[in-house]
Ligand binder design. Structure first.
Ligand code: GRG
Length: 313
């Protein structure tokens, strides 16, 4: 497929999947208490909906849906796993925005949860989103086979927990000098890569692994998607670092210029803007190469790597 056709297909798929994801998320965030629950207090439910609905590119659900499609799994089924992942992503943003973490007032162009509500509600909304994610993965609607559901639960727990996103966030805060003498640590490019692989890469890798898990993919296909998602994750982070330096806060939907102010070690800091752009090109090529075994069926995922690398939001 020509690049411009693949980009048009991607734009169409991103819009469609985001619309579907919004509906699934909204239905999972209903006020009605489920079996085993007593009641769902309205204030924290409102905060969870504020965190999850009406914004966001839904890149992670998109990756689950599109990788699952490679193995013949329908979107209606993949969306439950996509929603679970989006809940973890949204919880991480709510907690990351808190004053004790990155201290942001604006997210997705709207007040962050602790500004729109209060800090205690934001902490509880994040906690409830994280636990809801695993509730959703454990439901039969996610997959009829309980062994598949257990594999998804384990993979998401590891991607989001101490050896994944939470661990990466801790390394990031430590690198800022939060826990020592207050001076930022010097990180090598390899240190920055490891931090990124954990903090932002782990959830993106889970998104692609989830498609393969749902589709009972063989080891070769799983390895190809793992290679793709590694390249995509690094490209995503470099693009994020570039947006912080060069992005338009109105388009990005949050404050920019924060990394340098916080003394954060970033890819752009390590490689320079030109070096970061060169690395982005290499990662987009690597992502496309990794998907070669799937042929044209993976064109939309190749286009997603280009989109992630060039994104303005
Ligand atoms: C609080 C445990 C804990 C972890 C926080 C993800 C994270 C770790 C912090 C977010 C800081 C940040 C802005 C990282 C850059 C990558 C990132 C996750 C950007 C936001 O993701 P997008 O662009 O957002 O997919 P949307 O709004 O489109 O969903």
């Amino acid at each position: 497929m020509a690049l411009k056709d693949a980009d048009a297909l991607l734009a169409d798929r991103l819009t469609t999947v985001a619309g579907e994801a919004e509906q699934v998320l909204a239905s999972l965030l209903a006020d009605t208490a489920l079996e085993g629950e007593t009641t769902r207090p309205k204030r924290v439910m409102d905060a969870m909906r504020h965190a999850c609905l009406g914004g966001g590119k839904r890149l992670r659900p998109f990756l689950v849906v599109e990788t699952a499609a490679l193995f013949g799994v329908g979107a209606a089924q993949a969306h439950f796993t996509g929603a679970a992942l989006e809940f973890v992503h949204c919880y991480s943003l709510v907690h990351d925005d808190l004053p004790a973490m990155d201290d942001d007032d604006l997210r997705r162009g709207r007040p962050t949860v602790h500004i729109a509500f209060d800090q205690a509600t934001a902490i509880l909304a994040g906690d409830a989103l994280l636990t809801l994610a695993f509730d959703v993965l454990a439901r039969p609607e996610t997959h009829r086979d309980a062994a598949v559901r257990v594999e998804l639960v384990t993979a998401l727990a590891r991607a989001s927990g101490i050896g994944g996103m939470v661990g990466g966030q801790m390394l990031d805060l430590a690198a800022e000098g939060r826990f020592g003498d207050g001076r930022p640590q010097h990180l090598t490019e390899a240190d920055i890569r490891r931090l990124q692989i954990m903090k932002t890469g782990a959830l993106l890798r889970f998104a692609c692994a989830a498609g393969a898990i749902l589709g009972a993919a063989d080891a070769k296909a799983r390895a190809a998607l793992e290679r793709y998602s590694h390249a995509l994750g690094e490209a995503f982070q470099i693009a994020d670092d570039l947006l912080d330096v060069e992005g338009d806060p109105v388009l990005v939907g949050k404050a920019t210029g924060k990394d340098a102010d916080a003394g954060k070690a970033t890819f752009v800091g390590a490689l320079g803007v030109a070096g970061a752009r060169k690395r982005l090109d290499a990662l987009v090529a690597e992502a496309a190469d990794a998907l070669a075994p799937f042929g044209e069926r993976a064109d939309v995922l190749k286009a997603a790597a280009r989109f992630v690398a060039n994104r303005q939001t």
